[in-house]
Design a protein around this ligand. Structure first.
Ligand code: AMP
Length: 248
C-alpha cells in the first residue's frame, strides 16, 4: 500500500494499493499515440500532449505533486493554473482521451470524477469561502487522457494570457460536468464541438463572465474582472459552486 500523504488542505492522499494497479484499465506498455472516437475519426497526439497520461499511468512517480489518487482517477495541480485554484481530475481509463471517446459504459467513471472534483471544491472553499468554482471539460482538449477541470472563477492568474485561454473557460467550449453527465445518461454519448465551432468559440470577443461587458484585449478584461462585482449569471448558478450558492 502506498502510504498516505498529508497535505495542507486535508485530502491530499493516495487511496489505491500498488497491487490494484495491475488490474487498472491502463496498459502502460501500449504507449499508443493515436485513438479512434465513436465517429471513427482518429487523432494523433504530440509528445507534449502526453503529460497527463503519464501521471495517470504512474501516479506514484509524481508523488510529490499528486493530490489524490484512486483506482479510477488522479487529482493533479494544473501546471499553468488559470485561476487561484485550478486542479485536474484525470481519468485512468486507457483509450479515453476526450469527451468524444466517452460512452455509456463510462458514466460511473465520470460520476466519480465529478464527485472527486466536488470534494476538492469543498476543501478549497474551507480555505477561502469567497471563491466560486466550476467543474467541466474542454470540448476539444489539448492534452490527452480525459480530464475534468476544477477551476475558481476569479481567473486571477499570470498564466491566463490570451483570448483563447479566456474563451476556453468562458464559452460553451467549456462543457459543464453536470450537463455532460445528464447528456451521457440520456443519450449514451456527449456532443462536442466541430472544428469550425471550436475556432468560432475560441476566437469570440472577450466578454466578462459576470456582466457580459466586451473588452478589446485580455489585459483590459483582466483589469475589469478584478473589479466587477455583479453576481454570477443566473443561468450558470446551477453549475457553480460557492459557499453562498448552494449547487450541491
Ligand atoms: P485541456 O485543454 O483541457 O487539454 O487542458 C490541459 C490543461 O493541462 C491545461 O489547463 C494546461 O495548463 C494543463 N497542463 C499542461 N501541461 C501540464 C503538465 N505537464 N502538468 C499539469 N498540467 C498541465
Amino acid at each position: 500500500m502506498i502510504s498516505s500523504v498529508k497535505g495542507g488542505i486535508g485530502i491530499r492522499r493516495f487511496t489505491f494499493s500498488s497491487s490494484k494497479l495491475k488490474t487498472m484499465q491502463i496498459d502502460s506498455t501500449k504507449g499508443s499515440r493515436e485513438n479512434t472516437d465513436q465517429t471513427g475519426s482518429s487523432r494523433k497526439w504530440p509528445q507534449w500532449a502526453q503529460a497527463l497520461r503519464n501521471v495517470a499511468i504512474h501516479p506514484e512517480k509524481y508523488k510529490d505533486k499528486v493530490l489524490q489518487a484512486t483506482d479510477e482517477a488522479v487529482v493533479f495541480p494544473d501546471l499553468y493554473p488559470k485561476g487561484k485554484k485550478h486542479v485536474l481530475v484525470i481519468s485512468r481509463w486507457d483509450g479515453l482521451d476526450r469527451l468524444a471517446d466517452v460512452g455509456k459504459e463510462h458514466l460511473s467513471l465520470l460520476q466519480n470524477m465529478h464527485k472527486l472534483g466536488e470534494d476538492w471544491i469543498t476543501c478549497f472553499l474551507n480555505e477561502d469561502p469567497s471563491l466560486i468554482f466550476r467543474l467541466g471539460y474542454h470540448s476539444v482538449p489539448s492534452m490527452r487522457q480525459l480530464h475534468l477541470h476544477v477551476i475558481s472563477q476569479d481567473f486571477d492568474s499570470t498564466c491566463l494570457k490570451n483570448a483563447k485561454h479566456w474563451n476556453s473557460f468562458n464559452s460553451s467550449f467549456f462543457q459543464d460536468s453536470k450537463k455532460v453527465l445528464t447528456e451521457l445518461e440520456s443519450h449514451g454519448k456527449v456532443t462536442t464541438c466541430s472544428k469550425e465551432e471550436e475556432a468560432r468559440l475560441l476566437n469570440s470577443p472577450l466578454s466578462c463572465h459576470r456582466c457580459k461587458s466586451i473588452h478589446k484585449v485580455i489585459t483590459h478584461l483582466k483589469d475589469h474582472i478584478q473589479k466587477c462585482t455583479l453576481p454570477f449569471p443566473s443561468e450558470l448558478i446551477p453549475y457553480t459552486y460557492s459557499s453562498s450558492l448552494s449547487a450541491y
